[in-house]
Write a protein that binds this ligand. Structure first.
Ligand SMILES: Nc1ncnc2c1ncn2[C@@H]1O[C@H](COP(=O)(O)OP(=O)(O)OP(=O)(O)O)[C@@H](O)[C@H]1O
Ligand SMILES: [Mg+2]
Length: 361
C-alpha cells in the first residue's frame, strides 16, 4: 500500500478536493483506495457523502489510545467500489490537545501503526490533513513516504510552500525516514496573467518536484463536493474530472522509490557560515538567551549579544555564525523557554514543545 499525505498549512488550497477526487479517479482506475480524513473539519468525510455528526465512531477511536489502532477496519466505511473512508468528526479537534498532553512515544505513530494493520487491503491510502502542522499532520507524515502539496496558483502562495517544504524536510530528518514531496498546482485559471506567471514560477522553482498535471478551476468540483461524490462519478467529462484523472495516471506511474529527503530548493552545499541576526523585544525581561540545535541547546553558547533600548522595550540582539541550513531554536527569557514571538514558523518537537524555525540561505 502506498500512503500519500496531502499537506499544506495554508487553508483553502485544494487539499480536500485533491484527496477526494484523486481517490475517486484511482478507484475508477481499479485501485483499492482508502481516504483517511485527519481534519477535524471533516470536509473529506462530507465530500464523500457522509454526515460526520451521524457517526458513532471515527478516527478518534483509532488514534486516541495506543490500543485503538486495531479499530481502523471497524470505523472504515465503504463509499463506492474500491473506495473506502476512515471518517473524521469534530471530536478530532480534541485529539490534537489530548495527544499534546501525552508523554507516550506512540502518540505520533498511531496512524502509521493503524494503517499497517490494513496495508494488505488497499493499494493507496490518501490522507487529508488539516491546515496546520500539528500532531495530526505529524501523525500523517510519520505514516507516509509520499507527500502532495497542493499550491494555489490564483494567489501568491509560493513563499508559504517553501517554508512548508523546509518543515517537512526537518520532520523527515527527525522522524528518520525520507519523504518524496511533490507540488501540485491547483485552482489554475489560465485566463489570468497572474496565474500563468505563478505557474511558470512554480515550475521553475520546484522543477521535477512539480507534477506535470495542473488542476484547473472548475465549478463542477465545487458542485461534486455538494453532492458528496468524487467528480469522476458526478461529471466525468468536466475539466475537473479530466485533471484529476490525469493526476491519477501520473501518481500511478510514479513508482514508490527510495525517496530523497524533502527539500526546498536550497543553498549550495559548499557555502560557508553566514552572520545571522535575530532580535527579541520585551519590556519586562531582564535576561534573554537563545538556544537551538546550532549550539547544542546551550543558552547563548557561541552567540554574541547586544542589549539596547528602543524607548518602550529592551531589545536583545543575538548574532550567530551559521552555515546554510534549517535550524530550530527557542528563547530562554528569565529562565523560561519560549518560541520566538516574532517568527510565525514553528514546529512541534517530539516532546510537544514549540520550536521556532530559521532557515539560513
Ligand atoms: N480546482 C478547483 N476549482 C474550483 N473550486 C475548487 C477547486 N479546488 C478547490 N475548490 C474549492 O475551493 C475551496 C477550498 O478547497 P478545499 O476544501 O479542497 O481546500 P483545503 O486546502 O482542503 O481547505 P482547508 O485548509 O480548509 O482544509 C472549496 O470550496 C473547494 O470546493
Ligand atoms: Mg480541507
Amino acid at each position: 500500500m502506498r500512503v500519500i499525505a496531502i499537506v499544506n498549512q495554508k487553508g483553502g488550497c485544494g487539499k480536500t478536493t485533491t484527496t477526494v477526487n484523486l481517490a475517486g479517479s484511482l478507484a475508477a482506475d481499479g485501485c483499492r483506495v482508502l481516504v483517511v480524513d485527519m481534519d477535524p473539519q471533516a470536509h473529506a468525510t462530507l465530500a464523500l457523502g457522509i454526515d460526520p455528526d451521524e457517526l458513532d465512531e471515527n478516527l478518534y477511536e483509532v488514534l486516541a489510545e495506543p490500543g485503538g489502532i486495531d479499530c481502523l477496519e471497524e470505523v472504515t466505511l465503504e463509499i463506492a467500489e474500491n473506495l473506502d473512508l476512515a471518517p473524521s468528526g469534530i471530536v478530532m479537534s480534541a485529539l490534537e490537545q489530548k495527544l499534546a498532553a501525552e508523554r507516550d512515544d506512540s502518540r505520533t505513530e498511531r496512524l502509521a501503526a493503524a494503517l499497517r494493520t490494513r496495508s494488505h487491503a488497499y493499494d493507496f491510502a490518501l490522507i487529508d490533513c488539516p491546515p496546520n502542522v500539528g500532531l495530526l499532520t505529524f501523525n500523517a507524515l510519520r505514516a507516509t513516504k509520499e507527500v502532495i502539496v497542493p499550491l494555489e496558483t490564483s494567489r501568491f502562495a509560493i513563499h508559504g510552500v517553501q517554508k512548508l517544504l523546509e518543515t517537512i524536510g526537518l520532520l523527515a530528518e527527525r522522524i528518520g525516514h525520507e519523504m518524496e514531496v511533490r507540488v501540485l498546482p491547483t485552482l489554475y485559471d489560465g485566463r489570468t496573467r497572474f496565474a500563468r506567471q505563478t505557474l511558470a514560477e512554480v515550475r521553475a522553482l520546484f522543477k521535477e518536484m512539480c507534477f506535470d498535471t495542473v488542476i484547473r478551476q472548475n465549478i463542477k468540483l465545487r458542485e461534486a463536493v455538494g453532492r458528496g461524490v468524487p467528480i469522476c462519478f458526478y461529471a466525468p467529462s468536466a475539466n475537473g474530472a479530466l485533471d484529476y484523472a490525469a493526476l491519477a495516471v501520473e501518481v500511478e506511474a510514479l513508482a514508490p522509490t527510495d525517496a530523497t529527503a524533502a527539500q526546498a530548493p536550497g543553498p549550495e552545499p559548499d557555502a560557508g557560515p553566514r552572520e545571522v541576526v535575530v532580535r527579541f523585544r520585551d519590556s519586562h525581561a531582564s535576561d534573554v538567551r537563545i538556544a537551538g540545535d546550532f549550539n547544542g541547546w546551550v543558552p547563548d553558547k557561541g552567540v554574541r549579544s547586544l542589549i539596547e533600548s528602543d524607548g518602550e522595550s529592551r531589545v536583545w540582539t543575538k548574532i550567530l555564525q551559521l552555515p546554510p541550513g534549517t535550524y530550530h531554536y527557542r528563547y530562554v527569557v528569565d529562565g523560561e523557554w519560549q518560541e520566538d514571538p516574532e517568527n510565525p514558523e514553528a514546529v512541534t518537537s517530539s516532546v510537544g514543545s514549540r520550536n521556532s524555525v530559521m532557515v539560513v540561505r
